[in-house]
Design a protein around this ligand. Structure first.
Ligand code: ATP
Ligand code: MG
Length: 524
């Protein structure tokens, strides 16, 4: 755990990664605590009618039983095992069981359609799928055809025998996580056992030093996403902070408040999409000690609202499936700078590279120095993509931004930056500006090809209830953006939509909006 610092300088000054050569995440999140404090609460289970707790001792028993079962089912070291389950203590046990025997777990989202699942299962070459009791209907045929089985822990008669955790190296593969697929086909990021250690500093900082007396961690995000699995579940277990397992078929303010109250949640990771839903209803939530968010631009407007709604600063963090928890704000140490992603987390060195791959102080590619513990080993089965990702001493994020040695600013994804009349324009700043207008619920800004200006800025706007699309409103929004953001980057075109295209993780798919904008040209 990080020592409690008084300033950011103090926080990073003496930090060094301390990664033992032999490391297994199952020991970090389960065995070590079970040996030291078997009765300590690991998971608060809110998935049933009643609140129940699972201790580290019980957690080890579950993982051990499941590990024996996996071995009996033919799973060997290095094999890939899909974990197609929503939040529950058994879901945590499934990952831990895989790591115990040296297998590679693959978090899989239950909201994925059959096609999306099969793509990932085939790409990863999974040996077995650990499933929820409600089954894998859509996959039955595929499993049969591929000669693969599904295992449901709840229905197994598991052994009580101890399972000795495999002796693994910190660089041995442990988990394969697919990227969100926001910009293209999802890629599998293969991580070693050090990945959890690599998340801890950023997670602790983004919760204003997670691990205080009474802390209790929850996220409405699914554990099948890196944000759920490695920003919440596994760090909580490793740090001895109880983690809440709850399912929300639909995110509602009432359910959110119930979980916080009944489980005693003090620390939340709200993905931006959840914050947007809370903000749309101006829903305050009390009793929290820290709120972290990341995965998409949050915007200054949201930070302002957060102070009122939670009575604290939302700490925005930045990272990606390939290397996560790279930078974060930390309200306990410094004021966030609007439009910025915070400062590098302890252990991460950030640079912005120019076109030749050299660090400079302008706007360019955000890169992370190799050696950070949460950095992936490689893309699964994609040597060319891996080679493009790592250049010299750096891992390229594919995001554009600036780094002045003080704050990291995010401009946009490389593919999303708009080139208009010689200017390079990041969509997030314009979106953030438009969101301040009372009529705007959500907005996606993209470049629309234009013969004169290369691209023009086009905004797709979803209005709040009570507002009707009109030319007058479009004009008003344009003037608003001109006054609030910049004259050169105001949206020359505005279109109103009922909803924006979203990934299952709730990210705006700008690629779809761009395709739409390009298609419009044919009809203009
Ligand atoms: P794919 O790589 O498949 O296109 P993806 O990049 O959305 O999908 P993730 O790894 O889940 O998949 O997301 C990481 C990306 O999310 C980052 O590279 C960055 O573009 C964006 N992101 C993360 N945190 C923030 C943040 N705080 N502000 C703005 N963007 C962010
Ligand atoms: Mg990406």
């Amino acid at each position: 755990m990080l020592p409690r610092a008084e300033t950011y300088g103090e926080l990073i000054r003496d930090f060094r990664w301390d990664i033992p050569a032999r490391l297994n995440m199952a020991a970090q999140v389960c065995d070590d605590w079970a040996a030291r404090a078997p009765d300590r609460v690991a998971i608060i289970d809110m998935t049933g009618a009643e609140r129940r707790t699972v201790s580290y001792g019980r957690s080890r028993q579950m993982a051990d039983g499941l590990a024996h079962e996996l071995v009996a089912s033919g799973v060997k070291r290095g094999d890939r095992v899909g974990v197609l389950r929503s939040q529950s203590p058994w879901t945590a046990a499934a990952h831990i069981a895989c790591w115990k025997l040296g297998a590679i777990s693959i978090p899989l989202f239950k909201l994925f359609g059959v096609e999306a699942l099969i793509t990932r299962l085939e790409d990863a070459g999974v040996e077995l799928v650990v499933a929820d009791p409600d089954g894998t209907e859509g996959l039955t045929e595929w499993l049969k055809g591929a000669g693969r089985q599904a295992l449901v822990p709840e229905t197994c008669d598991l052994s009580d025998a101890r399972f000795e955790t495999a002796d693994t190296g910190s660089e041995d593969p442990a988990v394969l996580i697919y990227t969100s697929g926001t910009t293209g086909a999802p890629k599998g990021a293969l991580h070693g056992h050090r990945v959890l250690t690599g998340h801890l500093p950023g997670v602790e900082v983004s919760h204003d030093f997670l691990g205080q007396q009474g802390d209790c961690l929850w996220t409405p995000a699914d554990w099948a996403w890196i944000g759920g699995l490695f920003d919440v579940l596994m760090p909580g277990l490793a740090l001895g902070v109880p983690v809440v397992a709850a399912r929300m078929d639909k995110f509602t303010v009432a359910e959110c408040r119930r979980i916080v109250d009944v489980a005693g949640v003090r620390n939340v990771f709200f993905p931006p999409t959840a914050l947007r839903m809370l903000k749309a209803e101006d829903a305050a939530i009390s009793g929290l000690r820290s709120v972290a968010s990341g995965g998409e631009p949050l915007g200054a407007e949201m930070l302002d609202w957060g102070r009122r709604a939670f009575g604290l600063r939302i700490n925005e963090f930045y990272g990606q499936t390939e290397c996560n928890m790279v930078a974060s704000s930390c309200g306990a140490l410094f004021s966030p700078k609007p439009g910025c992603l915070g400062k590098p987390a302890p252990g991460f060195e950030i640079a912005v590279l120019d076109g030749d791959g050299n660090p400079f102080d302008g706007e360019g590619d955000i890169a992370i120095r190799k050696g950070a513990a949460s950095m992936m080993l490689e893309y699964w089965n994609r040597p060319e993509a891996t080679a493009e990702k790592f250049v010299g001493d750096w891992m390229l994020t594919g995001d554009r931004g600036t780094w002045d040695g003080d704050f990291l600013r995010f401009v946009g994804r490389e593919d999303d930056v708009i080139t208009s009349a010689g200017y390079r324009i990041g969509p997030s700043e314009i979106e953030d500006g438009l969101l301040k207008h009372p009529a705007v619920a959500t907005v996606g800004v993209v470049g629309k090809p234009d013969p004169l200006r290369t691209e023009i800025v086009k905004a797709y706007v979803v209005l709040k209830p009570g507002y009707e699309p009109s030319e007058a409103l479009a004009k008003e929004l344009q003037d608003f953006a001109k006054a609030r953001v910049a004259k050169h980057s105001y949206p020359r075109e505005i279109a109103f939509l009922d909803a924006l295209p979203m990934t299952v993780t709730g990210k705006v798919i700008r690629k779809e909006l761009k395709r739409r904008a390009a298609e419009e040209i044919a009809h203009d």
